[in-house]
Each structure stands twice: as structure tokens, then as C-alpha cells.
Write a protein that binds this ligand. Sequence first.
Ligand SMILES: CSC[C@@H](O)[C@@H](O)C(=O)COP(=O)(O)O
Length: 363
Amino acid sequence: MDGTKATGYGKAENVGLSSDGKKVVIIDQTELPARKVLLELGTPGEMYDAIRNLKVRGAPAIGICAACCMYCLARQIEAEDMDTFMRELTAYGDYLDSSRPTAVNLSWAIRRMLKTARAHMQEGRGGVLDVLGRECRNIQEEDIAMCRAISEYGLSLIREGDGILTHCNAGPLATSRYGTALGPLMLGAERGMKFKVYADETRPLLQGARLTSYELLQAGIDVTLICDNMAATVMKNGWVQACFVGCDRVAANGDTANKIGTSGVAVLAKYYGIPFYVLGPSSTIDMDCTTGDGIEIELREEEEIKKKYYKHPMAPDGVKCYNPAFDVTDHSLITGIVTEEGILEAPYEESIRRLFDQKEIRR
Ligand SMILES: CSC[C@@H](O)[C@@H](O)C(=O)COP(=O)(O)O
């Protein structure tokens, strides 16, 4: 792991394996921006807690972390009998998968690790562990390449000097390097381009304030933090030429789940005639979800709205709270979905289907 310095921040890895391969090491994102703390996750409970409590967060990062966790947990299984081994590994997978429901990357990475293990069962426990160690590194390497490609495509959509509004955090901390929604800005900055970024603070957990503004500052990018309810004002002022957001699950018709508040930004962007782009790897598209209505939205604790991150309670005791962690942006509000394979446009049912057909042919 290297530091979060201005130059080369894009090289930081926020999730990885310890040098002996026995633990997963993450940057605890709940401590940022005050402190950069590395956490070692060794037990299933520590791993579940890290994902559930957003110590590691961002759809791709959760997937990478889950893959690393599966490898470390596989090493802890003592059974040499491969049916027992697989049963225990599957139970660990189910447990981790239950930590957060919305981002598809979590279950996708766990399924991929289990499938890999199953395909190599005849090689015995040692053979399976070798292949799982390689597979979690592959997932991370692929994510780096995908973010890089997404960044190139995203950069082609904006011009030097543009104002970009983003919501939540879809930067290097949420992926491996570059990020998705922040990737084009990171890449542009590396090439000496200048942008003006408006970062929504993103209530209630403030990923925009704590993480996005931190990452952009570290990268030397001009960033202005705004409260979520100021997005309409900066748009009306003519300061925003495009909105870039990440995604947690994209349905087959282009409906997109992302951090709560994203859908409101998309509605505003439509009103003000500003293009609204979703950026994410094609692994975030869930072909089993026909529309956004099929996406499970995570409901989180009231405490996050009332007092988390604040010194004093921000609401009276006993007030009811509704705290969905994500919302679904209707595909009709999305100008384009930027993937590592290119920019998908409406009608999304067709462009997404074509993308998956091509991927099938290449496989
Ligand atoms: C590249 S990260 C994309 C999304 O995961 C991100 O925009 C988001 O909504 C994250 O939500 P979080 O609850 O912080 O995990």
C-alpha cells in the first residue's frame, strides 16, 4: 500500500492482502479525512463488520475486498475433503454476501471465487488455495484496467474548464485506482487538464464531503464542496456542464441504483439540460434485474441520520427516520452509461443486450 499523495494517488490500493496472505488489509474509510488508518481483517466477523459499516465501501472496492476475504477464509478451512471444504467456503460466502444487499459487485465477486474453487476441486485444497489467491489478484487487476478504460471514455465527454457535479464517492477509494465517476477527472488532471468539480456532501454518511473532496484535493483538482440541497443552485448558475456518478447495480433496461440522492440530481440535470452520465464497470450490470424495481434497496439505521459524524444529536430523541442508502435513477434521465467497453446510449435495453452478446462471443 502506498500513501495518498498528490502525485500518484491513483496508484494507491485501498484493499489488499497482508504480506503473508492471511489477512485482508483495508484503508478504514470511516476514519477519513481525519486519519489514515489501515485495518487488518482476519475473522469472518471482522470482514462482515468492515463491509456492513462502510469501513470499505464503493461497489468495486466491496467486490475486491470480498474476493480477498474469500481467499483468506479458504485458507482457514482445514478440511482436506473437498466437498466439506466447498460447503464451508459457500457458508462463508453467504455470510459475507448478507452484509450489504444493493451493490451487485459483492455477490458477483463471491460467486466468482466459489466458481473458481469448484472448477479446481480435483486439485485438492492446496491447488484451490493457489488458484483463489491468483483470482482475487486478477479481480483487482481487472478493476484497475476497467477504471482506466472508463476514465478514457469519460474524459472524451468533457472539455478543459468544464464544471462537473458528482454525488457520493466513486474515486480511487471506492475502486482500485482512478475510480469510475472521478476517473476521468483524475486522468485529465494527470494530463494537465483543469476542471471545476462540485462535490455533493452526500448525507447522511458524507462520502462526498469526507472522501470525494479529500481525493480530489489530494490530486490537485479544483473542488468545491456543496450541501446536497445546493445542486440546483450551482446548475442554475450555469456552473455545471456534466454530472458524473457511479453505480451499485444497473438493471437490464438501464435503471441505475446509486447512493441516495443520485436520482434527485438526475431530475435536476434533466430540468437544466445538463448531461447526466453513470460510470461503472460492466460487471455492475445485472441482467437478472429487468428493471430498477427489482433492485433491493438497503435500509440503514436511524442513528446515521440523527447523530453519526456529529458531536451532538441533530434530531430529537424518538423522531422517526427513513434511511434508504440508495435510490434508483430512471433510465430516461441518463444520457449515457460509461463502461470499460464503451459508452452505452438509449435505448438501453438494446445497447446493454448488445454489450452482453459481444462479451459472450469473446468468452
Ligand atoms: C465506484 S463506487 C460506485 C458506488 O458504489 C457509489 O457511488 C456509492 O453509491 C457507494 O455507496 P456506499 O454506501 O458508500 O458504499
